[in-house]
Design a protein around this ligand. Structure first.
Ligand SMILES: [Zn+2]
Length: 304
């Protein structure tokens, strides 16, 4: 089912449409606007005055988004299976974290499950696995592995679980940055989880790199372009970690842990990348400054 979220039609006196921040849900009439070159070409962006997120202002169309995913490594079977291998270390450290919090062997739902990456590893550890994705071929693939799967572009459409038949753990790995309405998806996750159920987000936290890219723009346009493009990749928004934690809490969760430790996809990284995660972990836990490219967030559903 196509899920279209049109840009709001309200206009201010200058004729600019108000925009909705997909990351925190705030409507803004006069956001700072930009044109950024990303993995989707040159696209219009804005920055939310409320949560400091950079976001793409083009409207969301789930059919177009599915087609886009098919052209990415995680949206087609050959590359998707290879990617699962490359990201295995990340799946393992995520599952370690889930088990350490006491959710071992429980029912897990992976959002944006692609070709089953974390589900395959979770099954080996005795978890009961299911997944949702917007790409039908990916869902058919995880079903062929014996997992429950459903094609959904929003958790609001997920029928695998319900408040009467809730899930224990929901994982969202590198997928939240594609949501057109993150607060709505987090509230839906909260509804599908059991009381004290666990939400795990591997968040992409590179907004500081977008800001850095903007600032070097006047002296070095090429470095600027590269920094911004690498930070955004093909994502729809880039949100600072502290704003994300606040948004997760507002949706009904208590943050148990947020750390760059274990948030990398693979342990086989160049020294510079390994150092970035080490420094990122020290800075975040020591000074509350987030510079790590990705962060693992564990949050527990607050009881009603
Ligand atoms: Zn915002």
């Amino acid at each position: 089912m196509a899920n279209k979220i049109a840009e709001p039609s309200a206009h201010d006196t200058l004729g600019q449409a108000t925009v909705l921040c997909p990351a925190c849900g705030t409507q803004d009439q006069h956001p700072r606007r930009f044109q950024f070159e990303s993995g989707r070409g040159l696209t219009p962006w804005a920055r939310c005055a409320s949560c400091d997120t950079y976001f793409m202002t083009s409207s969301y169309d789930s059919t177009a988004e599915t087609d886009h995913s098919r052209h990415m490594a995680w949206g087609n079977e050959d590359e998707g299976a290879a990617l699962n291998q490359r990201k295995r270390d990340g799946f393992i450290s995520t599952l370690d974290g889930i088990e350490q919090l006491g959710y071992g062997g429980s029912k897990i739902l992976d959002v944006g499950c692609s070709f089953g990456g974390i589900l395959v590893e979770a099954k080996k550890r005795g978890f009961e696995c299911s997944g949702v994705d917007i790409v039908p071929e990916a869902v058919a693939y995880v079903q062929s592995l014996g997992f429950k799967g459903e094609v959904c572009s929003s958790l609001n459409d997920c029928s695998l679980f319900s408040p009467q038949d809730p899930v224990d753990v929901i994982s969202v790995l590198d997928a939240h940055i594609y949501w057109p309405d993150q607060p709505a998806e987090l509230r839906a996750a909260c509804r599908l989880l059991r009381d004290d159920g666990l939400l795990v987000i591997r968040a992409v936290t590179k907004s500081a790199f977008v800001t850095a890219g903007r600032f070097v723009g006047s002296v070095s346009p090429n470095v600027s372009k590269k920094l911004i493009r690498r930070a955004i990749a093909d994502h729809r928004f880039s949100m600072p970690l502290k704003s994300l934690l606040k948004t997760v809490e507002t949706a009904g969760f208590e943050i148990l842990n947020a750390t760059p430790k274990g948030a990398q996809h693979t342990n086989e990284m160049p020294l510079s990348a390994r150092a970035a995660y080490k420094v990122g972990t020290l800075l975040w836990h020591g000074l509350g400054v987030s510079v790590s490219p990705t962060t693992l967030i564990f949050a527990r559903k607050k009881s009603a």
